[in-house]
Design a protein around this ligand. Sequence first.
Ligand SMILES: Nc1ncnc2c1ncn2[C@@H]1O[C@H](COP(=O)(O)OP(=O)(O)OP(=O)(O)O)[C@@H](O)[C@H]1O
Ligand SMILES: [Mg+2]
Length: 278
Amino acid sequence: MKTNILDINELDFIYPDGTHALKKLTVSFEEGKKIAIVGPNGAGKSTLFLVLTGTYKPSGGKVYLADKDISYSRKDIMELRKNIGIVFQDSNSQLFSANVYQEISFGPLNLELSKDEVKRRIEDAMIKTGIVNLKNKPIHFLSGGEKKRVAIADILAMEPKVLLLDEPTAFIDPKTSNELMDLFDEINSEGKTIVLSTHDMDKVYTWADYVIVMKEGAVIAEGVPHDIFLNNDLLKEADLEKPWIIEVYQELIKDRRKLVTKGVPRNKKELFELLVQC
Ligand SMILES: Nc1ncnc2c1ncn2[C@@H]1O[C@H](COP(=O)(O)OP(=O)(O)OP(=O)(O)O)[C@@H](O)[C@H]1O
Ligand SMILES: [Mg+2]
């Protein structure tokens, strides 16, 4: 049965300077899915994540976590933070401890867990994110990609139900970026819901189960990747790039009525299978 881990209803958020960043935003995140949030700069993606983790209190509207009405009282904010982990757009604003081990231990140490459980969680998070070798390294010596891995390990050690990842592969080299996407798949296969914001439409197209398009503080479209990326009017309206696989496919099928296709390819492998016929 389909269950939503988060339901957001007519959410409003106004910054102290009067910027109306979220405008009656209504959307739901289905449990266990890989969800991408896309939209131009300033659409409100980061603001939404910050409201969902209790950093900001909504100016209006409702947030439900697994059907529970979140009132943004201290207790409810704790509940949000326990269940929803966030990796910030800028790792420097997330990491504050002296070294990697201390950084990852900070969260679990505050959860009233046994010593053994804390140790297990930290080690598990370091192994998953591939940073065991960085264990004793000072945070300020780490490269951008290494910091990103530590920030992800930080939230994995908290074992949240939902991971909000704000542009996790921006400024990350292509190999690391692919490794991170594989890691997100692995985390998702363990039952966690992943909500990722990015400007990389190629990644969204092949990775996401579901895509949410934001513009000017509201959701203007949502659907499976094919619904979003084959809709030229929507791509134009939201200033989104068409994934290159779709562009190549559309070129290929032009004037080639005999080409046998199983639909629009989702990844390179499916596209290459088509190329063999040409
Ligand atoms: N601290 C702040 N004070 C005032 N306005 C802000 C603040 N942070 C963000 N905004 C404004 O809120 C709106 C939404 O910004 P937000 O950072 O959520 O967009 P975004 O979709 O994450 O964009 P990007 O793709 O550039 O990361 C923008 O108009 C921005 O200028
Ligand atoms: Mg942002």
